[in-house]
Design a protein around this ligand. Sequence first.
Ligand code: SAH
Length: 424
Amino acid sequence: MCYAIPGKVIELQGKTAIIDYYGETKKAINEFMDLQVGEYIYAQGGFVISKVPEKEALEILDLWREMFFELRKTDLRLSRLDFEDIEVEKSFSLILDKAAEGLPIKKEELLRLMQTKNRKELNLLFKVANFLRQKHLQNSCCVHGIIEFSNYCSADCTYCGIRKSNSSLKRYRMSEDEILQAVDEAVNKYGFKALVLQSGEDPAFTPEIMARIIKRIKEKYAVLIFISTGEMDSDGLQLLYTAGARGILLRFETSNPELYAKLHHGEKLADRLQVLKDAYAIGYLILTGSLIGLPGQTEDDLLNDILLAKELHAEMFTFGPVLPDGPPSEQVLKVLAVSRIADPSNAKIVVTTGFETLDQDARRLGLLAGANSVMINVTPMQYRQFYNIYPNRAHGDESIEKQIKDTLDLLYSLGRAPTDLGIS
Ligand code: SAH
């Protein structure tokens, strides 16, 4: 969804459009169309994705105006900082004072935050992360849809339920028309403006075939496409970019090279990182992160994960627990909150389905600890249960309608607007 509201183009600087949203300006890249100052558009992830006729735009903006400012008020109330209420060690609160002031935080200080297990310190950490999220990015919350179109996988990641060697899993592969049909439903029926196409590393979906699918999608639908099909060489990435994909979701899983090799039968972390570097060089938006709770993983490793995601220019951080066992919820929340403190003004931080599977209250807790993004599973119901990366996935049997309703109810209760106003 990212139920984006229309924005008005107030200036054009080459490919960059300056867009007004109720008096606030954002930038978005315009690649596809001839655009004039004064026209209305939808933008997503910093890209203009379609024009909106003026009459329709004004009607939507009218409808949203009151709600938009009402939500902002609620969010502001919920993200206020009241340091006085919480008594914690001075050395800890000083770091958070600095973070709240926007001063640079050293790595040792971030590690001190990462290492705390003290309840009061954790509460303060989450509050400051939420404060920073509000201060820099206000109340917008990305709501992307995800279509899991194949669970065939030639990789054999030890922790993953769809790994090649799991012979007990029933495999499926959606046809091109089924994928298009799922996109049609997500875009036309439910209003999604950004979709992730995810699969195992399925050799049947060659870059050429994926490019054809993406082209067909882009010809028909105004939607931002993220690919999440595993590792690919630079030529493949370029082919899919040319076809119209603009984002890649690829976790590096862990920044610790030894741990990485252990979990992936000796494969190299550097190879996976190269994909992310190539993708960035081509122009992709980067969505990346790691798993929390891997055997032998330390707090230092987790902090390095956060810093690596930032170094890789992550537009969105995706950190989630390893399941079924999982770390305690606090550990996941800590990673989300420290991510926000490490990259206060840029990052979109997603509450992952993994975290939602670990803790029923994950979305609310995560959104109040620095996160500002969620995903909705729009995979057709007959396939969803087989995309079994881990057991009992949250929303595995929930209709898209129910997921959207629950998401909107929660977002509104927290004063968040399910919208993506582009990159400021
Ligand atoms: N083939 C794609 C998609 C892989 S599945 C790729 O390589 O990126 C998407 C993500 O699921 C993985 O990146 C991994 O972080 C996560 N995942 C796999 N097994 C998991 C488990 N047992 N618990 C939690 N997350 C898991």
